[in-house]
Write a protein that binds this ligand. Structure first.
Ligand code: ZN
Length: 89
């Protein structure tokens, strides 16, 4: 799959870990811990455009944290750099 920004095929997938913090306004949500996620980030080595997909269990934790529900059956497995399908957690 080519980069969606510059159409380069010079993309590499990197394992990563990151914390997504809940959006806040004033003091609302400031006391909530973020959600630690472990995405595989696909980085274009020509323009730097990067993308990743959050795993289903991680999306559910984010949705719960903002008081919403994940829509069941709406997920598609994203393509990876190697053309494999990411395994749903
Ligand atoms: Zn690019």
């Amino acid at each position: 799959m080519a980069c969606v920004l510059c159409a380069s095929n010079n993309e590499v997938e990197f394992p990563a870990e990151m914390i997504l913090h809940f959006p806040f306004s004033g003091l609302h949500n400031l006391n909530k811990n973020g959600v630690l996620i472990y995405p595989k980030v696909l980085v274009c080595l020509d323009c730097g455009f990067s993308r990743f997909t959050t795993r289903e269990t991680e999306v559910a934790a984010l949705a719960k944290g903002v008081g919403r529900q994940m829509k069941l059956g709406s997920r598609r497995s994203p393509p990876t750099a190697e053309g494999e399908q990411l395994r749903s957690a």
